[in-house]
Design a protein around this ligand. Structure first.
Ligand code: ZN
Length: 274
């Protein structure tokens, strides 16, 4: 998000020349909602609207966010609508949830980040009661493992641990939906992706059900959520193209990726105060 016209033009150019020609890429405009940052919130909302893309904000994540005037900044910028994707949405009142639900705002739930950063526990059952669109996410560098199976487990586990109710929302079937069609709905892409449906893109993963940590078959849905590890995913197809084949990432030298990441990490470490 930015109020700088030159940077806004650069965002328009990147969308046109880099994002739009790539069927696997989508642009969102990110800003940080707060009273102090209001000009950027307003400019970002306008740019997102102009480009027909979602506005992405990290909202009511920690207790510190409660004094930042986040809801007020979004309200004044006319940003509370179905084009808003709000990450976290943890430190909420019932009135906040009513307002976000009525506006059709989507939520990205990032349970591993929330645990790592001691942010709190999202009120998923109350969101479900209000029919809110919720998908699962990794947040960024604080996601522990970049493992969506772990994200599903944590989303179920946090609710069970805090309510002591094993039937609390989400069940394993609910969280599997949240990880697939729920995420597509939250991004406004459920006509294209999110389920194995004729006419949609062929995005699928094959899990090795004979793996020692997975077999024998008892309940596939429970096992997908509670037992699966990334190493159990033998094939990944995106839009019908195999990106992982028999357990190996296709067309990518993973050793080189790791070596490049090490160089980058070392460079960043040198820049940090010792
Ligand atoms: Zn975040």
């Amino acid at each position: 998000g930015t109020t700088d016209p030159a940077l806004q033009n650069e965002i328009r150019r990147v969308k046109r020349e880099v994002i739009d020609p790539n069927p696997l890429a989508r642009l969102q405009i990110g800003t940080h909602p707060s009273t102090g940052n209001f000009p950027s919130v307003e400019a970002s909302e306008k740019l997102a609207r102009e480009l027909g893309v979602s506005l992405n904000v990290h909202l009511l994540e920690s207790k510190a966010d409660l004094t930042a005037g986040q809801m007020d900044a979004l309200r004044r910028a006319n940003a509370l609508h179905s084009g808003l994707v709000a990450n976290h949405v943890i430190q909420t009142t019932d009135a906040d949830l009513d307002e976000l639900a009525a506006a059709g705002v989507s939520v990205a739930h990032n349970p591993l980040s929330n645990m790592r950063l001691a942010s709190g526990v999202i009120r998923l059952p109350e969101m479900k009661k209000r029919n809110m669109k919720v998908g699962l996410g990794l947040d960024g560098g604080t996601n522990d493992t970049s493992d969506m199976f772990n994200v599903m487990r944590a989303a179920v586990g946090l609710q069970r641990a805090t309510t002591t109710d094993p039937a609390v929302y989400p069940t394993t079937a609910d969280v599997l939906r949240m990880a697939t069609l729920g995420g597509a709905e939250a991004l406004g892409m459920d006509k294209e992706i999110g389920s194995l449906t004729p006419g949609k893109r062929a995005d699928l993963q094959l899990v090795d059900a004979q793996a020692v940590n997975f077999a024998p078959k008892v309940d596939w849905v429970n096992q997908l959520v509670f037992n699966t590890q990334p190493a159990n995913v033998s094939w990944v197809f995106v839009d019908g193209r195999a990106l992982k084949r028999e357990g190996r990432v296709v067309g990518i030298d993973t050793a080189k990726v790791v070596a490049d990441a090490q160089l980058a990490a070392d460079r960043v470490k040198k820049l940090l105060p010792q």
